[in-house]
Write a protein that binds this ligand. Structure first.
Ligand code: HAM
Length: 435
């Protein structure tokens, strides 16, 4: 009996989510281990909070009007399982600061009057339009310093210490070319004053701005400062700065953060437009950016949230923290490794035994004539030594031993992928060309 077999479409990972496979997972583990090591030196301990929380936590903590809460959360109604139970609105965490502060309140961690220094590593979820460096499930490495004011939680020294720790972590990971941007968004009293000033400054010019800015000017004028449209930039440059709406205390706090950074040699820029998209921020806000990331150039972001604990029903417990986008850290390290490799010779030819030297020189001549950049080893070198030198100088090594000379098929290893293959002499040129 013949049966028509319907092809079953293989299922794929959901849009905006990714599988992380070896060997890339090694890099992720290396980053996690480096972060844990650095955080331990600053006396941070690890906290693990649930991946979903009561929706109210984010509504109250992050802010009902923010993009995250108003349109990016994965929320569902968890039905009652028994008559005595009530249905509950739950949300996959879009960020972890609110969860950490909730846990501090729930476990009364501040009760002994000490600062809590907690770090976390884990997935977060936002329904954003996926693109390079922006995913719907992404990973953050974050840390929070929080506690009663009597423990020094409001001190500008805490801000500077957190920023200095981040500079140390990025340096230890080998990230080069990062920029630290800092700003102050003031107190909850300063902000409405600034928003009112901004609204009136926008009124006569907003008609000439992009559609997004026209909408933001109505709903959330601070977001106008994030606009990347080149035509809007000259207008944004003329808008009033939040600095002019800050009270004396906020200004003095910011200046002390800057002084402490100067004293420990961490470079930074004061970016008046850095207001950030979460409502809980007060005073210091910051971002570390990296040019290699394209549009999604924020490697990490953070700031102070002196009123968050009270906003979710806890005692007064000012805090400061950050979250690194681990996906973006991985992209940056991969791009750096690629650039470093692009700087190397196309191939290193390793003759095995001095009897192969002449043939190796002939091969090098042929490849160089074809425009390839070639390093030539020496037959007196052992295989291990040839590999060590080649790994520093070239993207690939071509081994010319007795068998290879006889068969005219060379063994070639690609250092970037670790792949090793047999390549006939005639195909070497094409194989060694950079892609
Ligand atoms: P955030 O700026 O929303 O802050 O996120 C921090 C970092 O997470 C961003 O700079 C970026 O690297 C990464 N990130 C955010 N969204 C995505 C995405 N869709 N795909 C990939 N990476 C992403 C917070 O989450 C705050 N909780 C940080 C904080 C901690 N503030 C104080 N304490």
């Amino acid at each position: 009996m013949s049966q028509t077999l319907k092809a079953i479409q293989p299922l794929k990972a959901v849009r905006g989510t990714r599988d992380l496979l070896p060997p890339e997972t090694e890099l992720w583990n290396h980053i996690d281990a480096t972060a844990r090591r650095v955080f331990a030196r600053y006396n941070f301990g690890e906290i693990r909070t649930p991946i979903f929380e009561d929706t109210q936590l984010f509504a109250r903590g992050v802010g009902e009007e923010t993009d995250i809460v108003s349109k990016e959360m994965y929320t569902w109604e968890d039905k009652a399982r028994a008559q005595s139970e009530k249905a509950q609105s739950l949300t996959l965490r879009p960020e972890n600061t609110a969860g950490v502060v909730r846990a501090c309140i729930e476990h009364k961690l501040g009760e002994q009057g000490l600062l809590q220094k907690l770090y976390y590593i884990g997935p977060q979820f936002r329904r954003e339009r996926p693109q390079k460096g922006r995913y719907r499930q992404f990973f953050q490495i974050g840390a929070e310093v929080i506690g009663p004011p009597s423990a020094g939680s409001e001190s500008p020294l805490r801000d500077a210490e957190v920023l200095e720790m981040l500079a140390t972590l990025l340096d230890e990971l080998g990230i080069t070319g990062w920029r630290l941007l800092i700003n102050s968004v003031g107190t909850p009293q300063d902000r409405p004053r600034y928003i009112a000033t901004l609204r009136s400054a926008l009124q006569p010019v907003v008609g000439q701005m992009c559609a997004d800015c026209q909408r933001r000017a109505e709903t959330n004028p601070l977001r106008v400062l994030d606009c990347k449209h080149p035509e809007d930039q000259p207008i944004i440059a003329t808008l009033p700065r939040i600095w002019d709406s800050l009270d004396e205390e906020s200004r003095a706090h910011f200046e002390q953060v800057c002084e402490a950074l100067d004293a420990c040699g961490v470079p930074y820029e004061h970016d008046h437009r850095l207001v950030r998209g979460l409502d809980y921020y007060t005073r210091t806000t910051f971002e570390f950016q990296h040019g290699g990331l394209g549009a999604q150039n924020a490697l990490l972001g953070g700031g102070r949230y002196d009123g968050l604990s009270e906003a979710i029903g806890g005692p007064r417990a000012p805090g400061i923290g950050f979250a690194i986008g681990e996906d973006r850290l991985v992209l940056t390290l991969q791009a750096q490794a690629e650039t470093a490799r692009a700087d190397r010779a196309d191939a290193y030819i390793a003759p095995m035994g001095e009897a192969r030297n002449a043939m190796a020189l002939g091969l090098a001549r042929e490849l160089r004539a074809a425009g390839l950049r070639v390093e030539l080893g020496d037959g007196s070198f052992r295989l291990k030594k040839s590999f060590e030198i080649a790994d520093k100088l070239a993207r690939k090594i071509a081994i010319l031993g007795e068998d290879e000379a006889a068969s005219r098929i060379l063994t070639v290893k690609d250092f970037a992928t670790g792949e090793q293959m047999k390549v006939p002499w005639a195909e070497l040129k094409a194989h060694l060309l950079p892609h």
